[in-house]
Design a protein around this ligand. Structure first.
Ligand code: AMP
Length: 478
């Protein structure tokens, strides 16, 4: 399994680059030392093998700790340090971790631990196929983030599939997203199983100029990114072949890939392989893929592909009956990639058994045509905004928890199916004097910046003829 392959590569202690951040590189030999030291530290310090939270922002200790935990048979939870304290506490309460690397063990301490030159090498891989490999937290409609439990089997199947569809050799792989999102699972582990270099783009205190400098220096040949990120880069004329002469593959996942994005990439980069992957965190990074070609620019929309070998996909109607090809319904994912549910069985209803197999009801609407899956939109209030997955009711419930809001409705303003803005319409409780800015500042204590909506205080909500909220009229106000 993948941990055997990774350990074999690490044990070679090569001087090849394994990890680069802000122009500082670490070799496989160094990474192996870091992993061994943290592994020994964890086996000693956490004998019960309770879950560990790894907090930080893409520092090399995060990657080393993920590996050390996995070899030691300890589940890890990656959390980006830009998360508000209250949100981190909600995660801590659910996990009850043995320790938080990056907090209980400070960054300075973990750097000291992992840099010891006399260390015992890894002598055993403790993780078993059905054990939980990691838990990734995602927006929960109740206002409490929900943790998806992904098993070693899940991730092993995912990475082996990615190896096949990318036909990966020894490469330089670009990472975009924070380690707390499952998009990064692909670049973190694909790089390790192939002995490749992972170059990460720090998202902290970085401007576009530095970003382009780092991109150029990365000299990457595979990029694993969201369509939003590609669109952002494409806004700048510098994003073309001369910037990344060796880029041969872009792997997209996480959002609808638009024809306009693909078209621009072809014209800027000429010969480039574009792979579109689809899947939620609950089914381990992705479950379908397709290599895009120029002919597809004439289709109504870019397909999301065909399922990986150990997964079946069905389109269901509202009564969970299978729909024929061509009809739009909810995408059901069945098989090996389906995770082990949410931690503490929170909102577990979408994890079901279908034809005797593990399955996940995605809430995504799509259809199958000629064996190829297409994505339409969502059937609920979950959105993707700038690549981030957000439940609008997560924001609503956090607004209520401020204690001074009588009623609120959070909506998204879309153009061509793409979310441009999130707006929260709020009615304040009697005698409360708060400005929109003050509400925003209060809310930022509870939810991450990327989830924070534009606040609009109103006196009453518009109602339609059926007595229901008139969302259309609300949106006209902005
Ligand atoms: P996440 O759990 O953050 O990966 O988000 C999963 C959701 O992102 C899916 O349920 C879809 O709604 C959306 N998504 C992921 N990949 C794609 C894709 N290739 N095209 C359209 N939507 C996607």
């Amino acid at each position: 399994m993948i941990l055997d392959d990774i350990l074999e590569i690490l044990r070679k202690k090569s001087d090849d680059k394994a990890y680069t951040i802000n122009q500082k590189s670490y070799t496989y030999k160094e990474l192996y030392k870091f992993v061994c030291n943290i592994y020994n530290f964890l086996l000693e310090k956490n004998k019960e093998k309770k879950t560990v939270i790894v907090l930080g922002h893409k520092e090399v200790y995060m990657k080393a700790t993920f590996l050390a935990c996995s070899f030691a048979g300890i589940t890890y939870v990656p959390v980006d340090e830009n998360i508000p304290l209250e949100r981190l506490e909600k995660i801590e309460e659910q996990i009850n971790p043995a320790l938080i690397i990056g907090k209980d063990i400070s960054k300075k301490e973990i750097f000291e631990i992992m840099n010891k030159d006399n260390f015992e090498e890894i002598n055993q891989i403790y993780l078993k196929p059905d054990d939980i490999y990691y838990i990734i937290f995602t927006s929960g409609s109740t206002g409490i983030p929900k943790g998806v439990k992904v098993t070693y089997k899940n991730i092993d199947s995912c990475i082996n599939w990615l190896k096949r569809i990318t036909n990966i050799k020894k490469e330089i792989i670009l990472n975009q997203a924070n380690f707390s999102f499952d998009l990064t699972v692909a670049d973190l582990y694909l790089s390790l199983v192939s002995g490749s270099e992972q170059v990460v783009l720090s998202n902290q205190n970085i401007n576009l100029k530095e970003m382009f400098e780092n991109l150029k220096l990365s000299n990457c040949n595979i990029a694993i990114i969201t369509p939003t990120f590609a669109d952002l880069l494409l806004l700048d004329k510098r994003f073309e072949r001369n910037l990344l002469p060796n880029l041969h593959t872009i792997l997209f996942c996480g959002e609808k890939l638009l024809k306009s994005t693909v078209d621009k990439l072809y014209s800027r980069f000429g010969n480039i392989r574009i792979i579109n992957c689809y899947g939620p965190t609950e089914t381990t990074f992705a479950v379908t893929s397709i290599e895009i070609n120029k002919k597809m620019l004439n289709y109504e929309e870019i397909p999301i592909g065909i399922p990986k070998e150990d997964v079946e996909i069905y389109i269901l109607d509202e009564n969970k009956k299978q729909l024929p090809d061509g009809e739009i319904g909810e995408i059901l994912i069945v098989g090996e990639s389906v995770a082990d549910g949410y931690i503490n069985n929170l909102q577990n209803n979408n994890f079901i058994i279908y034809n005797g197999k593990k399955a996940y009801l995605t809430g995504d609407l799509g259809y199958i045509d000629n064996g190829i899956l297409y994505y339409k939109n969502r059937k609920d209030k979950q959105i993707k905004f700038k690549g981030y997955r957000i439940e609008l009711s997560d924001i609503e419930n956090n607004l209520y928890s401020l204690g001074y809001i009588e009623k609120n409705v959070v909506v998204s303003k879309k153009k061509n199916n793409k979310v441009l803005k999130i707006i929260a319409f709020v009615i304040l409780k009697e005698n409360i004097n708060k400005t929109e800015k003050e509400i925003e500042m209060d809310l930022l204590q509870k939810i991450p910046q990327y989830m924070c909506p534009k606040i609009k205080i109103i006196k009453e909500f518009p109602i339609n003829e059926n007595g229901k909220l008139n969302e259309k009229e609300l949106l006209e106000e902005i």
